[in-house]
Write a protein that binds this ligand. Sequence first.
Ligand SMILES: [Zn+2]
Ligand SMILES: [Zn+2]
Length: 664
Amino acid sequence: MSKSPIAEVVFNIPLEKAFHYAVPGAIQDALKPGMRVAVPFGHRERIGFVTRMLSRSPIAKLKPIRRAIDPVPVVEGERWDLAQWLSDYYYCSFGEALAVLVPSALRLKEPDDAALKTAPSREPALELTAEQKKAFAVLKKALASGKPEIFLLHGVTGSGKTELYLQAIAEGLKDARGAVCLVPEIAITPQMIDRFRRRFGDEVVVWHSRLTQKQRSRAWWKVSHGRCRVVVGTRSALFLPVSRLGLVILDEEHESTYKQEDVPRYHAREVAKMRCRLSGAVCLLGSATPSMESAFEARRKKNHLLRLTRRVSGRTLPKIDIVDMREELAHGKRSGVFSTRLRLALERVVEQGEQAMLLLNRRGFARVAQCTSCQEVVRCPRCAVPLIYHAASKALVCHYCSAKEAAEDLCQTCRKGYLRFRGLGTEKVESEVHRMFPAASISRMDADTTKVRESHQALYEALREERVGVLVGTQMIAKGHDFPQVTLVGVISADTSLNLPDFRAGERTFDLLTQMAGRSGRGDRPGRVLIQTYCPQHYAIQAAKRHDYEGFYEEEMAMRKRVGLPPWTHFIELMLRGRSQDRVQEAAEALGKLLRRRLGKDSAKGTDLLGPAPHRIPKLRGAYRMSLILSGSDVMEMVKQLRQALQSGRRFRGLPVTVNVDPQ
Ligand SMILES: [Zn+2]
Ligand SMILES: [Zn+2]
């Protein structure tokens, strides 16, 4: 048995287990829980978190800690409790939860630059409208109370939600309370960051995944030392050590990018609510199209609803028209990209020197490459999904695993027929616009054109300075931008998102159309929106045309209640994967049996199990995938049952199991 001092250490691995290490004399006094240490682990060195100091261990010979990484704890207090909750709710080990709170490359030391002044450069706040004033008064009272409260700010596009955020943050700062404002993805931040910097000067820290390691460490240092009390960033900004946190804002709270794809698969909205509860802070969820979850909670009085029903400066919402593409077909038009109406509207905009945005929620040139002879579609050999043709690189690309192959003319299967490209992508739309309006300046904004750091910023500048007349893009262009010269928005196909195999397809379509329409007519000239679709009667499209959120909500929630979908229940998706299709199938069936037996017990009443069934991507990177879905009202209870059913390391019969709580 080892005698003191001993440190208990956890790692960023799926094991729930903690490990013991001897603490060398040199760091004995300084070492505290919440600090990271480098230790020998198997044949290599690993970095772990100290969770406890112990005076004894049942293990006779302990390896010593090699060195401490941090001079002070990097996780403590309410953030420690937050990690515990993450582990319990999202089913991950405590080590995995701690790791998400601290960037792995973080090194704490005082920055060497002198750019740490705290003199804020202010511009005066804007005059609030009557509606904004009313909402602000409610927020002000909540901020002063110091009690955790959740608000849903439902405001139509252009109703001045951002101004309200800024004034609420300023209100908190008066009392020296910090704020975090989350934005859904880095692509939309430049304009937002400008506004924050103009208002709060050097108080602002920007946080997102494209920061360099050095920028990251510097930002962390400023926040943890209270030099900067306003954080603007993507979802992981939630985990920064803001002291005296008073306000957390989620802009566009309905966005699916708030869900983390890797372990722990958390949703920023839920984490924000928990962080506010632990810190006595106000949580403000803002959206023009609130998620079904948040709107449902507002109806059940679990959050307070604030409404902004009018655009600022009395601007009207744009007129939305639906173009029935079936009629275009009936009239013998086969181009498939532009209806006559959209082409004429675009022509007018180009002639008048105004700006237009064209949305197609698919990148690439064509959807599938198909043989004219054997009809075979070219698929990714590892994922079995059709490869997408990208004209710029003349390559076929897998959008799941990024595998690339040269686009041959000849079919490689029958070696007789030629490949024909079908279906639409943004690249194809861009080339069509070029063909129709050779003199217009056209740009494209999607994942392919914004890979490089700062490239999004450059596109945004070009549009603001009106060097670009027509912007073609994916949903990336629908979000948050405010360009007063945009008078026409064209949705090339509303059906791409409507036809996704996803229970949120209707919600996503309504959101996208509403957000996209909101980009039009933000200046003095009225805006116009044309939506092309083959399903003009779908309620999501009809409600978007009427600017009718309530109408959409009623139909959508009724449908979800009938079928037993969230938010009427919670889903936990389990996915097993492996190289052998038979083994995956057998394991999935056995896990289903085991869980059904467990769920039969009293403690887990009200839960249900669906599946096993092939995952919606049944094969990825050479691995076969099966999924099961647990459905029930009590997530913590379901996770507890799962912890007992699965082996350590989230495995079943030797196969890795992915656990996704509240999948998007
Ligand atoms: Zn062929
Ligand atoms: Zn692939």
